[in-house]
Structures are given as C-alpha cells and as structure tokens.
Design a protein around this ligand. Structure first.
Ligand code: ZN
Length: 359
C-alpha cells in the first residue's frame, strides 16, 4: 500500500461498539449491533478538535518526510507493510476504543515524527501522571524544576544542547547537589528536554526535571540554593544567566500559566514534562510541530532548515529519563522503548478489518 488513510477516531466512532467477537464490524457500521450481549459500555466520543489534531499529525508527518528526505527512517512510517507481515490490520483498542493499524512499519522517532512523537508523549504523560498520583498518595511532594541559560539568535542548537546537558550532568554529580537533595528530601526525578525557537532569541533548550520529594519542603529556599549551584555549573561550561530566568521551581501552575488544551483538559505538570515538545509555542516561539506547520503554510526557507537541525541535534539522544528505582517506588513497570510504544500493538485487541496486498 502506498498511502495510509487516517484511521482516526472517526473510525472508532463508527465501530466503537463492536464487540470482540469477530464479524461485527459491518454490523456496527450499519448500526445493527445494539443487541450484542456482553457489549462494553459506550466508548467516549472524541471531540472534533481531537480528530482534527490527529488528521493534522498525519499531514505534518508528510511535511516532515519531505523535509528530512528519502533516506530518513520516517519515510516508511505508517505507509508500508511491516517486514514479514503478511497483512495489515485495523484493530480496536480494548480500553479506549481507538482504532489503529497493526502490521505497518513504524519509525518510533519521538523527535522527527509527529505521529510517533504524539503517541510516545501520550504514553510518557500517562505514566508521569500515575507516578505523581502514587507519590502524592503516600505523602510525597513533586515540583517541576526548569533549568536553562541565556542564548541568542544565530547560535546552533547542538552546542547549546550539549552545554545544557553537560552543566546538568556536572550539577547532579557534585557533592553539593547530593547534600542539597538529602536536606530537602529529593528522592527521585524524571528528566525531559523542551526545545523552542524564536526569531528574536534563536534556539531555546531547557531542561524539565520533575523532582519527587519525600514530603513538604521550602520551595523558595530550595530554589535559592539550587540557583547558586546551577550558576556555578553554567560558568564551567562558559554560559550564564540572569536569576529568575535560568531556574524555576514550580509545584503546580498558577492560574496565569494554566490553560485548557484543545481537548478540554487542563495542562498539568505531567503534560509540561512529557508533552512539552508537542504544544504550540507562544509569544513568537515555535515548537517543533510549529516549524512543520510553518513549512506547510509556505515557509520553505527557514523552517525546513530549523526542523532538520532539530532532528539532527536530537538524533541518538535519549531525551526522557526516569531515575533508577522511581518506577518501582510508584508501583509501575519499567519504561518501554520508544519503538515499542510507537508500535503499540496489543495482539489481544480485536481485528476489525484485515487488508491484504490487494487493498
Ligand atoms: Zn513515525
């Protein structure tokens, strides 16, 4: 097959009531499935905006494919049959009712691919939410620590990202930081990186570190002490920053920062950590999907170069990390690989339609 139509939630809407018993898909489409015995509860009906967002991801994936060229791994993602797969199936996810393909090649590239990236970000956010809830349920506190430094237009992304990560590595390996952690009860973390670009200030890489603290702590004092350590590490990698910009510690979002997403949900700490690179930039800044949107909307000069630079700079880097022992501490299994998450096939999910080479 050469083209992948969107099997989005529109399909789910039509087939959402299909029971696991085979042969009911057509019945569902014809609206004749109401009599099937042990049918699960009706599935949530997706909003129009959620369906449009999904359609846009496929569109932006097409843009990314063009920008990154024929030799890039994204080329075959969700377009060609998986090596060795005899057929392609449309399955129905048992828990959400979402329809999805199996048997297709999937690139699993969180940064390059809008489709895989969204699926990976969703899984990450779901796990972070579970971790936060579990941690808080036992009296723990969480806080989002954002670390960055001054940057300006014209600087390449990769060296800035290297400097940021080097400063953070040196910070966490230092004895001062270990003592700070011990005094404030910082037991675990989840680390992610957010990247935006603006014409005024160029690439803006910043680290998000969700800290898991054993109990309540003095946020302002922690921030003050951490700032001194961070500034010292920035100096070692030849960077600097003004207080109040280079470090921020938040236990939640103030009303000014809270906003409702397009799917009608409030944006929380888990979203900020795990979905940061999926959201739209604000105030003249572009997120990676914004760069693809700019390409789509006619910028064929600057935006493609920036998006390719972003993908290249992140190539081979693992940009999302849980501290050792956190998953066990909050009762979760270890993270699956991005590839596993992006493929997301559960063989127990019922097959609605099977497509062979002739389809
Ligand atoms: Zn992909």
């Amino acid at each position: 097959m050469s083209e992948t139509p969107d099997v989005g939630r529109g399909t789910e809407a039509a087939t959402g009531r299909v029971s696991a018993a085979g042969g009911t898909a057509l019945g569902a489409l014809l609206g004749t499935n109401t009599g099937f015995g042990a049918n699960p509860a009706p599935l949530p009906f997706p909003t129009v905006s959620a369906r449009l967002a999904r359609a846009e991801r496929y569109e932006l994936q097409g843009v990314a494919r063009e920008v990154l060229g024929a030799g890039h791994r994204i080329r075959g993602c969700l377009r060609y049959r998986h090596f060795g797969a005899a057929t392609v199936q449309i399955r129905n996810r048992r828990d959400t009712g979402q329809a999805y393909y199996s048997g297709l090649q999937v690139c699993g590239l969180a940064a390059a691919c809008p489709c895989c990236g969204a699926r990976i970000a969703e899984e990450r956010a779901r796990r972070v939410e579970l971790a936060i809830a579990s941690w808080r349920a036992t009296g723990g506190e969480v806080a989002l620590i954002t670390l960055t430094f001054s940057h300006h237009a014209g600087q390449a992304l990769a060296p800035n990202l290297d400097a940021l990560l080097a400063a953070y590595r040196a910070l966490v390996r230092g004895g001062s930081y270990r003592r700070l952690k011990a005094r404030y009860g910082l037991a675990h973390f989840i680390k992610g990186v957010e990247l935006t670009w603006s014409a005024a200030n160029g690439w803006h890489p910043h680290l998000h570190v969700l800290g898991f603290f054993v109990g309540a702590f003095d946020v302002a004092a922690f921030e003050r002490e951490l700032w001194a350590l961070w500034l010292a590490q920035l100096g070692r990698v030849g960077r600097s920053c003004a207080r109040g910009y280079g470090l921020k510690v938040q236990q939640g979002f103030t009303n000014a920062h809270k906003y409702v997403t397009k799917i009608g949900r409030q944006w929380g700490l888990a979203d900020e950590l795990a979905r940061a690179n999926q959201k739209r930039g604000r105030g003249g800044s572009y997120s990676p999907p914004d760069l693809l949107r700019a390409c789509r909307d006619g910028d064929l000069v600057v935006a493609p170069v920036l998006f390719a630079e972003y993908v290249e700079a992140l190539h081979g880097r693992h940009m999302f990390q849980w501290s050792a022992g956190l998953a066990a501490a909050v009762g979760l299994a270890d993270e699956r690989s991005d590839q596993e998450v992006a493929e997301g096939v559960d063989q127990a999910d019922p097959v609605l339609v099977e497509l062979d080479g002739a389809d």
